[in-house]
Design a protein around this ligand. Structure first.
Ligand code: NAD
Length: 692
């Protein structure tokens, strides 16, 4: 065995040269890996004893991708393209032997080999689109030549990791070998190739599949149309599609140039910067400075949920999905029955779509124990309260829980706004109390705000953070304040939206601007969806807000076909002349001089106060870092990931510009726009939020 460099070996076994890469943790394409690969292939090609070359990796995976920590830094050593050229021009057949995941640049290396063999557990994919990029090392030109245009389009725009069996079926892998016997299997495959003695074909020269799609622009038009909703606002999917078009319509080398051009366009734009930021921000959110990774956690083997309403049911499903038994307690039998029924219906619907078997449904339901008695929660390791949002009721529940729950059990509240410390104070064990704020629908939304109380124990925080991963959520640690991070910032936007419709805009203007910005829907469409009558009491109504007036007119939102909008049977929204009149009358009664309001003002009025509120949250220490706030907004409220979250976006706009506009608005509209001290300081010092 000859060591080529610190991470690469070349061994010769009879007539087969085996290049082995060993660069933990994931054999990413660092400068050292590129150097080793190039030198090893040059040596194997030069060795007269070697007839064919196998490329294999040690450790848990094949080359898992580019080293994204190298992004934006000056490159050293050979380029990836140099390495690829060396491999692709090998006069001896090259076989990539794949285990683990061959992703991004890793797959692009495998695509210059003449053959790919893999173990059944391997996966392959080009996930660059997920960080706002495209595979820029020939992946978009070679992939369609192997798997055809349709499959290539799907892979590059979804970034999905294709399992070995599917990869074999589409021709991406040439053969699967026995699990655990990849090296021998690949060598045996190489010998078969040598025995067949066929002329060696480079992937770049396999033109049949791209030629089959030439002169058929409808393939691309249909693909764009079918995915329009999913790709809305994102630049990367479109550039990926254009690359596949180039593969179809241009000679290979020109296609490569087009791929490079489209790659550079994405790489230098703000979307990819935002998406890469979010990628790291999500990992960062898991780190709590004063709760180190080795903080002991408590085993969560059994969970109790109190309240089987909108939230309790969804919360329970998270644990059932993870195989953790749940006891769900109600005070009303009919609500218990309804709640359990909704859970079953959700599972059955998933089964109907083929994403669960009936067996899975029964297994999950089998883990659920409905009960009418809090006492049944005595052996739970974690109890989550999701009853009505009223302090008195929460206090009553926690007081009782304190006498029932076993020592050391974590007592959590799903409150949206209430003071977690006040709730904790009515127990003898405030150190075990924490907020676990799920978002609706709780079985779907990825965000979990983990609310740390004044006395919450570190092990309880560590357990909650770990648990968020177990149930597939992104946990973000926040402090106690009204509405925590997400709803506290949302309130800023909602207030301005309400003011804007009295000053001159219409609900559909505000909604359109925010939708076009990339949010899933505007504030008025959102109110209609949630129901305008949530929290509205007909006995106490006083026509003091537009929303109250609409409720009085029995305009309750989507559920009865009219709210801020009119809805048809398919729930398509149409601006309502009646609502327009309500708004105009309302403004007139209050002697508000309506005026033309520009789209720009709508956006600034709705979003700058959010950035400002985020700054207040940071200066009060209610979030650990600005990027945590961004993760809250991306995963809990559908903030477009390509805009990086409100704090990232605020910096992109320029904190100086945000501050200047806040001051102008403050002069015109009052202290709702009072800039936070942190914002003032950062602008004065020319710094960003990460320096806060
Ligand atoms: P909901 O009205 O749908 O359900 C509450 C359920 O709790 C009802 O079924 C009720 O019978 C039951 N309940 C009330 N008191 C009880 C008691 N003492 N013991 C047992 N069961 C009791 O309410 P929801 O929307 O699920 O909200 C629950 C909590 O979650 C609230 O604190 C709310 O602020 C919070 N939350 C709601 C949302 C949302 O979008 N709905 C989002 C995040 C958090």
């Amino acid at each position: 065995m000859a060591a080529i460099n610190a991470v690469t070996d070349l061994t010769v076994e009879g007539d087969i040269g085996v290049v082995t890469l060993n660069s933990p943790p994931v054999n990413a394409l660092s400068a050292q890996v590129r150097e080793g690969l190039k030198a090893a292939f040059e040596a194997a090609i030069a060795d007269p004893a070697v007839q064919a070359i196998v490329l294999i990796c040690d450790g848990k995976t094949f080359i898992a991708g580019a080293d994204i920590s190298e992004f934006g830094k000056a490159m050293t050593g050979p380029s990836l393209q140099d390495v690829q050229n060396t491999i692709e021009n090998s006069p001896k057949p090259v076989i990539a032997a794949i285990h683990g995941t061959a992703l991004g640049g890793g797959l692009e290396v495998a695509l210059v080999a003449h053959y790919r063999v893999a173990v059944p557990s391997a996966k392959a994919g080009l996930p660059e689109v997920n960080i706002g990029l495209l595979p820029g090392a020939g992946g978009t030109q070679r992939l369609p030549r192997i798997v055809g245009v349709e499959k290539a389009l799907e892979m590059v725009t979804s970034g999905q990791h294709v399992p070995a069996k599917a990869a074999l079926a589409m021709g991406l892998f040439d053969s699967l070998v026995e699990e655990g016997a990849l090296r021998d299997g690949a060598i045996a495959f190489a010998r078969v190739v040598l025995a067949e003695d066929k002329p060696l074909a480079k992937v770049r020269d396999l033109n049949a599949k791209v030629e089959a799609a030439r002169g058929k622009p409808e393939i691309f038009a249909e693909f764009r149309a079918a995915n329009a909703k999913k790709f809305r606002g994102f630049l990367a999917p479109e550039n990926n599609i254009k690359c596949i078009e180039a593969a179809v319509n241009l000679p290979f080398d020109e296609g490569l140039k087009e791929e490079r051009r489209l790659f550079v366009e994405l790489m230098s734009g703000s979307q990819s910067a935002a998406q890469r930021y979010v990628f790291f921000a999500e990992r960062q959110a898991a780190k709590i400075p004063d709760v180190p990774d080795d903080t002991p956690t408590l085993p969560i083997k059994k969970v109790g949920v109190i309240g089987a309403g909108t939230m309790g049911g969804g919360i329970s499903m998270n644990f059932l999905n993870a195989g953790i038994p749940v006891t769900i307690v109600e005070m009303k039998q009919e609500n218990l029955d309804r709640g359990v029924g909704v859970i079953r219906k959700n599972y059955e619907n998933t089964a109907k779509k083929g994403r669960l078997t009936q067996d899975d449904v029964e297994k999950r339901m089998g883990l659920l124990t409905p009960s009418m008695h809090l006492e049944d929660l005595a052996d739970c390791d974690l109890i989550i309260e999701a009853v009505f949002e009223l302090m008195e009721i929460k206090k009553d529940v926690f007081g009782k829980l304190d006498t029932i729950a076993k020592p050391g059990a974590i007592l959590a509240t799903n409150t949206s706004y209430l003071n977690v410390d006040e709730i904790a104070a009515c127990t003898q064990r405030p150190e075990n109390v924490i907020g676990l704020h799920f978002f609706s629908p709780a079985n779907v939304m990825r965000l979990l705000e983990i609310v740390r109380g004044e006395k919450t124990d570190k092990s309880v925080v560590a357990t909650a953070m770990k648990l968020s991963k177990t149930i597939g959520k992104v946990g973000v640690l926040v402090g106690v304040c009204f509405g925590f991070v997400g709803n506290r910032m949302l309130a800023q936007r909602q207030r301005e939206a309400q003011k804007l419709i009295l000053e001159g805009a219409m609900p559909w203007d505000v909604d359109r601007v925010l939708y076009d910005f990339g949010l899933p829907m505007g504030p008025f469409a959102m109110s209609d969806l949630a129901g305008l009558d949530i929290g509205w009491d007909p006995a106490k109504t006083s026509s003091s807000t537009v929303r109250e007036v609409l409720c009085e007119m029995d305009r309750r939102g989507q559920k009865n076909g009219r709210g801020f909008y009119d809805y048809d049977e398919k729930r398509n929204a149409k601006p309502s002349a009646d609502v327009e009149k309500v708004i105009l009358d309302f403004a007139e009664q209050r002697q508000i001089q309506r005026r033309e309001i520009s789209d720009e003002e709508i956006l600034e009025r709705c979003l700058y106060p959010m950035v400002n509120e985020g700054a207040k949250i940071l200066e009060e220490g209610k979030a650990i870092r600005a990027s945590d706030i961004d993760i809250v907004w991306i995963n809990g409220y559908g903030w477009p990931v390509y805009r990086g979250g409100p704090m990232f976006w605020g910096e992109l706009v320029g904190l100086d510009k945000v501050l200047a506009r806040m001051k102008e608005f403050q002069a015109l509209h009052g202290d709702d726009f009072k800039p936070s001290a942190l914002l003032e300081r950062l602008v004065a010092e020319g710094k960003g939020f990460k320096d806060a």
